[in-house]
Ligand binder design. Structure first.
Ligand SMILES: [Zn+2]
Length: 223
Protein backbone atom coordinates (compact mmCIF):
# COMPACT_ATOMS: atom_id res chain seq x y z
CA UNK A 1 0.00 0.00 0.00
CA UNK A 2 2.80 2.37 0.87
CA UNK A 3 4.52 1.52 -2.39
CA UNK A 4 1.34 2.19 -4.37
CA UNK A 5 0.85 5.48 -2.59
CA UNK A 6 4.42 6.40 -3.33
CA UNK A 7 3.92 5.50 -7.00
CA UNK A 8 0.76 7.55 -7.05
CA UNK A 9 2.67 10.52 -5.77
CA UNK A 10 5.61 10.09 -8.09
CA UNK A 11 3.93 9.34 -11.42
CA UNK A 12 2.06 12.63 -11.94
CA UNK A 13 5.22 14.63 -11.25
CA UNK A 14 7.22 12.52 -13.69
CA UNK A 15 4.56 12.93 -16.39
CA UNK A 16 4.30 16.72 -16.02
CA UNK A 17 4.48 19.11 -18.96
CA UNK A 18 8.17 19.84 -18.26
CA UNK A 19 8.94 16.34 -19.48
CA UNK A 20 7.10 16.62 -22.80
CA UNK A 21 9.56 16.08 -25.65
CA UNK A 22 10.34 19.02 -27.96
CA UNK A 23 7.54 19.27 -30.56
CA UNK A 24 9.61 19.28 -33.76
CA UNK A 25 12.02 16.98 -35.64
CA UNK A 26 15.20 17.73 -37.56
CA UNK A 27 14.77 19.01 -41.15
CA UNK A 28 16.93 16.21 -42.63
CA UNK A 29 16.47 12.46 -43.04
CA UNK A 30 20.12 11.52 -42.43
CA UNK A 31 22.34 11.72 -39.38
CA UNK A 32 24.79 14.67 -39.30
CA UNK A 33 28.22 14.25 -40.87
CA UNK A 34 30.51 15.59 -43.60
CA UNK A 35 28.63 13.66 -46.30
CA UNK A 36 25.17 14.80 -45.18
CA UNK A 37 24.72 17.98 -43.16
CA UNK A 38 26.39 19.87 -40.33
CA UNK A 39 25.37 22.56 -37.87
CA UNK A 40 27.01 25.74 -39.15
CA UNK A 41 25.65 28.63 -37.09
CA UNK A 42 23.32 28.53 -34.12
CA UNK A 43 20.39 30.78 -33.41
CA UNK A 44 21.02 33.83 -31.28
CA UNK A 45 23.68 36.21 -30.18
CA UNK A 46 26.42 34.84 -32.46
CA UNK A 47 29.60 36.83 -33.02
CA UNK A 48 28.70 36.83 -36.72
CA UNK A 49 25.28 38.41 -36.10
CA UNK A 50 26.73 40.79 -33.50
CA UNK A 51 29.16 42.22 -36.08
CA UNK A 52 26.25 42.70 -38.51
CA UNK A 53 23.83 43.92 -35.83
CA UNK A 54 23.44 47.32 -37.48
CA UNK A 55 22.92 45.89 -40.98
CA UNK A 56 21.88 42.31 -41.87
CA UNK A 57 20.43 41.47 -38.44
CA UNK A 58 19.14 44.90 -37.43
CA UNK A 59 15.51 43.91 -38.07
CA UNK A 60 15.99 40.90 -35.77
CA UNK A 61 17.27 42.87 -32.75
CA UNK A 62 20.89 42.01 -33.66
CA UNK A 63 20.27 38.28 -33.32
CA UNK A 64 20.80 35.49 -35.88
CA UNK A 65 17.12 34.60 -35.94
CA UNK A 66 17.48 31.09 -37.38
CA UNK A 67 19.77 28.05 -37.39
CA UNK A 68 22.10 27.44 -40.35
CA UNK A 69 22.81 23.90 -41.49
CA UNK A 70 25.56 23.34 -44.07
CA UNK A 71 24.47 20.80 -46.71
CA UNK A 72 25.14 20.21 -50.39
CA UNK A 73 22.76 21.72 -52.92
CA UNK A 74 19.93 19.31 -53.62
CA UNK A 75 19.82 17.77 -50.12
CA UNK A 76 16.12 17.15 -49.37
CA UNK A 77 14.66 19.46 -46.69
CA UNK A 78 11.94 17.95 -44.49
CA UNK A 79 9.04 19.60 -42.66
CA UNK A 80 9.86 19.72 -38.93
CA UNK A 81 6.20 19.17 -37.97
CA UNK A 82 2.68 18.65 -39.27
CA UNK A 83 1.05 21.80 -40.61
CA UNK A 84 -0.17 23.89 -43.51
CA UNK A 85 1.90 25.75 -46.11
CA UNK A 86 1.22 29.48 -45.65
CA UNK A 87 3.92 31.10 -47.82
CA UNK A 88 6.00 30.14 -50.87
CA UNK A 89 8.73 32.53 -52.07
CA UNK A 90 7.40 35.48 -50.11
CA UNK A 91 10.10 38.17 -50.67
CA UNK A 92 9.20 39.85 -47.38
CA UNK A 93 10.66 36.90 -45.46
CA UNK A 94 14.08 37.01 -47.12
CA UNK A 95 16.40 33.97 -47.12
CA UNK A 96 16.38 33.78 -50.92
CA UNK A 97 16.43 32.56 -53.57
CA UNK A 98 13.42 30.46 -52.43
CA UNK A 99 11.63 29.95 -49.15
CA UNK A 100 8.64 28.16 -47.62
CA UNK A 101 6.69 28.80 -44.39
CA UNK A 102 4.59 26.14 -42.67
CA UNK A 103 2.25 27.00 -39.79
CA UNK A 104 1.82 24.31 -37.15
CA UNK A 105 -1.20 23.73 -34.88
CA UNK A 106 0.94 24.35 -31.75
CA UNK A 107 1.23 28.08 -32.52
CA UNK A 108 4.64 28.02 -34.19
CA UNK A 109 5.56 28.56 -37.82
CA UNK A 110 8.68 27.18 -39.50
CA UNK A 111 10.56 28.97 -42.28
CA UNK A 112 12.92 27.13 -44.64
CA UNK A 113 15.28 29.52 -46.46
CA UNK A 114 17.85 29.51 -49.28
CA UNK A 115 16.04 26.68 -51.09
CA UNK A 116 17.44 25.80 -54.50
CA UNK A 117 14.23 26.14 -56.52
CA UNK A 118 10.62 27.07 -55.97
CA UNK A 119 8.91 24.44 -53.84
CA UNK A 120 6.30 22.32 -55.59
CA UNK A 121 4.03 22.99 -52.60
CA UNK A 122 1.23 25.56 -52.79
CA UNK A 123 -0.27 27.79 -50.12
CA UNK A 124 -2.87 25.74 -48.24
CA UNK A 125 -1.22 22.37 -48.86
CA UNK A 126 -1.16 20.15 -45.75
CA UNK A 127 2.21 18.60 -44.85
CA UNK A 128 3.26 15.96 -42.35
CA UNK A 129 6.44 15.96 -40.27
CA UNK A 130 9.17 14.45 -42.45
CA UNK A 131 7.61 15.34 -45.80
CA UNK A 132 10.11 16.78 -48.33
CA UNK A 133 9.24 20.48 -48.76
CA UNK A 134 12.21 21.55 -50.92
CA UNK A 135 15.93 21.19 -51.64
CA UNK A 136 18.92 22.91 -50.07
CA UNK A 137 20.28 25.75 -52.20
CA UNK A 138 22.88 28.52 -52.03
CA UNK A 139 22.04 32.20 -51.39
CA UNK A 140 24.86 33.05 -53.83
CA UNK A 141 23.31 30.74 -56.48
CA UNK A 142 26.57 28.86 -57.08
CA UNK A 143 26.22 25.68 -54.95
CA UNK A 144 29.95 26.10 -54.24
CA UNK A 145 29.85 29.30 -52.21
CA UNK A 146 27.83 28.63 -49.05
CA UNK A 147 25.01 26.16 -49.67
CA UNK A 148 22.97 25.81 -46.49
CA UNK A 149 19.50 25.66 -45.01
CA UNK A 150 18.42 28.62 -42.87
CA UNK A 151 15.67 27.35 -40.56
CA UNK A 152 13.55 29.68 -38.45
CA UNK A 153 10.84 29.01 -35.90
CA UNK A 154 8.43 31.94 -35.66
CA UNK A 155 5.15 32.80 -34.02
CA UNK A 156 2.09 31.81 -36.06
CA UNK A 157 0.10 33.15 -37.77
CA UNK A 158 1.76 36.60 -37.60
CA UNK A 159 5.40 35.48 -37.90
CA UNK A 160 6.47 38.63 -36.05
CA UNK A 161 8.57 36.84 -33.42
CA UNK A 162 11.40 34.33 -33.80
CA UNK A 163 12.38 31.67 -31.27
CA UNK A 164 15.48 29.56 -30.75
CA UNK A 165 14.67 26.38 -32.72
CA UNK A 166 17.20 24.28 -30.81
CA UNK A 167 15.16 23.59 -27.63
CA UNK A 168 12.07 23.02 -29.82
CA UNK A 169 13.63 20.29 -32.00
CA UNK A 170 13.93 16.77 -30.61
CA UNK A 171 17.60 15.97 -31.32
CA UNK A 172 20.91 15.33 -29.59
CA UNK A 173 22.31 18.83 -30.06
CA UNK A 174 25.53 18.24 -28.17
CA UNK A 175 26.43 15.40 -30.55
CA UNK A 176 25.35 17.49 -33.54
CA UNK A 177 27.57 20.36 -32.39
CA UNK A 178 30.52 17.94 -32.11
CA UNK A 179 29.88 16.63 -35.64
CA UNK A 180 29.96 20.22 -36.90
CA UNK A 181 33.53 20.59 -35.74
CA UNK A 182 33.29 24.39 -35.73
CA UNK A 183 33.35 26.59 -32.63
CA UNK A 184 29.92 27.96 -31.82
CA UNK A 185 30.98 31.45 -30.90
CA UNK A 186 28.58 33.78 -29.15
CA UNK A 187 29.21 37.42 -28.34
CA UNK A 188 29.83 38.11 -24.66
CA UNK A 189 28.34 41.03 -22.72
CA UNK A 190 30.96 42.04 -20.14
CA UNK A 191 28.17 43.04 -17.75
CA UNK A 192 26.38 39.66 -18.00
CA UNK A 193 29.10 37.30 -19.28
CA UNK A 194 27.14 34.06 -18.81
CA UNK A 195 23.99 35.17 -20.64
CA UNK A 196 23.22 34.02 -24.20
CA UNK A 197 26.50 32.15 -24.74
CA UNK A 198 25.25 28.60 -25.37
CA UNK A 199 23.27 26.94 -28.17
CA UNK A 200 20.24 26.40 -25.92
CA UNK A 201 20.21 29.71 -23.97
CA UNK A 202 19.24 32.39 -26.50
CA UNK A 203 16.54 35.07 -26.49
CA UNK A 204 13.39 35.16 -28.57
CA UNK A 205 13.21 38.27 -30.75
CA UNK A 206 10.48 40.53 -32.05
CA UNK A 207 11.08 41.87 -35.53
CA UNK A 208 11.54 45.65 -35.66
CA UNK A 209 12.27 46.11 -31.95
CA UNK A 210 15.51 47.53 -30.48
CA UNK A 211 18.87 45.76 -30.58
CA UNK A 212 19.37 43.28 -27.72
CA UNK A 213 23.17 43.16 -27.99
CA UNK A 214 24.40 46.74 -28.37
CA UNK A 215 26.97 46.10 -25.64
CA UNK A 216 29.10 48.80 -23.98
CA UNK A 217 31.87 46.27 -23.23
CA UNK A 218 32.13 43.01 -25.09
CA UNK A 219 34.25 40.06 -26.15
CA UNK A 220 35.45 39.38 -28.82
CA UNK A 221 36.37 43.08 -29.18
CA UNK A 222 34.17 45.37 -31.21
CA UNK A 223 36.09 46.55 -34.27
ZN1 LIG B 1 20.94 31.86 -41.30
Amino acid sequence: MLALLALGLVIPAAAGPRDAPPPFRLPFADQPGPDTWLLAQGYGNTTFAYRARSSTYYAGQGIHFGVDFDAACGTPVLAIGDGLVVAVDNPYHGAGPHNVIIDHPNGYGSLYGHLRQRSSLKIGDPVRAGDVIGLVGDPDLTCASRPHLHLEVRSAPRHDRAYNPIPLINADWERIALAGGVPHAFQIDARQPERWTSLADQPAIEFGENLLNNYAQTWPPDW
